[in-house]
Ligand binder design. Sequence first.
Ligand code: ADP
Ligand code: ADP
Length: 235
Amino acid sequence: ETLIEVRDIGKRYGNVIALSGVTTSVHAGEVTCVLGDNGAGKSTFIKILAGAHPHSDGELVVDGEPRHFTSPRDAQALGIATVYQDLAVVPLMPVWRNFFLGQEPTKGWGPLRRLDRETMKRTTSTELAAMGIDLRDVDQPIGTLSGGERQCVAIARAVYFGARVLILDEPTAALGVKQSGVVLKYIARARERGLGVVFITHNPHHAYPVGDRFMLLRRGRSMGDFPKSDLTLDE
Ligand code: ADP
Ligand code: ADP
């Protein structure tokens, strides 16, 4: 199932061409990797998919319909969730509160009522366990978790709240080998659950094992979009 088609997309900031001629696609149960060095246009590409910056040229097709996102809400409404590198978490708040942050119905929602705290805690534990995240205590402040664990919580949260497409901005960049391995495992798990994943990274060694499709960016231009079977990785 094709979730997103990116057709010859470009982005200009005034006279600066940040991105041009970018074509790729995102499929349910697959990981599309976007690879490039600094300044290649990765952040710009994320912003277009996330609805933060509208594209200037080309076509963005989601669920078969051409779209022009003008705000992150437009992307969210279609189940596109973005996990940024600097995660929007409140370090001193418990893991379970962060899990539900911004998602709790408040007063005035008619028949909707707020989940009680035990339900939220239980749900958080269950959902994290389902993604293979073994946390002894969802009451601990999220700031006490490692960077890798926080990434995993953010991914599990997006999955629980109905994301169909996950956009991951350098989820392994700030992590050591072991933590990166943990995050890569969760990316594979999100894929198994049928999500379409866009994995943005400068590191081909991280992308190759989990990727199904690879789009290479260089100085704002696409160097091509390849299925894994077309590529090998030199050690
Ligand atoms: P990456 O994330 O791969 O490092 P970026 O998407 O941040 O790349 O940048 C791609 C190009 O677009 C760079 O040349 C950068 O200077 C330019 N660029 C990015 N954002 C802006 C902006 N808001 N205004 C002007 N130029 C920008
Ligand atoms: P927004 O506030 O909507 O996210 P901005 O255009 O203010 O968008 O900046 C987005 C990102 O692009 C920021 O991280 C900023 O540092 C970067 N940026 C802005 N202008 C440039 C530029 N000329 N070259 C490279 N990066 C830029």
